[in-house]
Design a protein around this ligand. Sequence first.
Ligand SMILES: NC(=O)c1ccc[n+]([C@@H]2O[C@H](COP(=O)([O-])OP(=O)(O)OC[C@H]3O[C@@H](n4cnc5c(N)ncnc54)[C@H](OP(=O)(O)O)[C@@H]3O)[C@@H](O)[C@H]2O)c1
Length: 249
Amino acid sequence: MDNANISGKVVVITGASSGLGEATARHLAALGASVVLGARRVERLQALVDEITGKGGKALALATDVTDAAQVQALVDAAVGRYGRVDVILNNAGLMPHSPLARRKIDDWDRMIDVHVKGVLYGIAAALPHMQRQKSGQFINVSSVAGHKVGVNNAVYAATKTAVRVISEGLRQEVKPWNLRTTIISPGAVATELPKSVTEPDIAQGIGQFYEHYAIPADSFARTVAFAISQPEDVDINEILFRPTRQEL
Ligand SMILES: NC(=O)c1ccc[n+]([C@@H]2O[C@H](COP(=O)([O-])OP(=O)(O)OC[C@H]3O[C@@H](n4cnc5c(N)ncnc54)[C@H](OP(=O)(O)O)[C@@H]3O)[C@@H](O)[C@H]2O)c1
């Protein structure tokens, strides 16, 4: 992969301890980016930092719960403190506890709203002042196929992923004065730990089978992130929706 416009960039990634965030950290670091990794499982982040730096890459990790605005700010500030700037924030942390609304899984609803909606907003709040000062930067916010259409059992997940797209489009329109880029990436089924976040056993079983059959490797996502970043600064890839070729949903 061409590393045009990636090498030397400072990229903050939330949810970097597994799945899409982890694969993207590896991919971008190999292309010469400095990656700054946030998630709650800090030992997994540290292992990834060790792996990347062991190969000559640049990486830093900080325990971050994206439902806490101060922790997200600390993550972005750590990137600026260590590397002098923040070029990209990948607001990626997430979970997928699908269930019918009638089961009243209010804790799951709250967590999805907190991580997907507030977490993305906190990422924007943390990085925006730095990017305004720099007059350059890129927000990449992770939505989903479910941000494009709702189905049974995923009303709250789909609502929060739709919110990610709405917030991103509003942001896109507002950040023109500072020359900032905004990208929404909406994946279909990609093999990660996401199905483990389903809390209802019967639903987890169905989703597990679906992912086993359909899911594609996580570097599919990492390549879309690299594509969006690698464009020349006057090209803003606003939205990418991709699925496994065999996924109908
Ligand atoms: N895989 C797919 O098929 C798919 C499809 C569409 C969209 N997505 C979206 O892609 C994103 C990444 O998911 P994934 O598939 O890579 O799943 P994953 O392997 O389960 O990774 C989720 C990541 O989010 C982090 N996270 C969860 N809650 C967090 C919190 N409160 N604070 C900080 N980090 C938190 C987790 O880290 P810790 O637990 O260590 O905090 C983990 O690193 C999610 O937004 C998901 O909705 C995935």
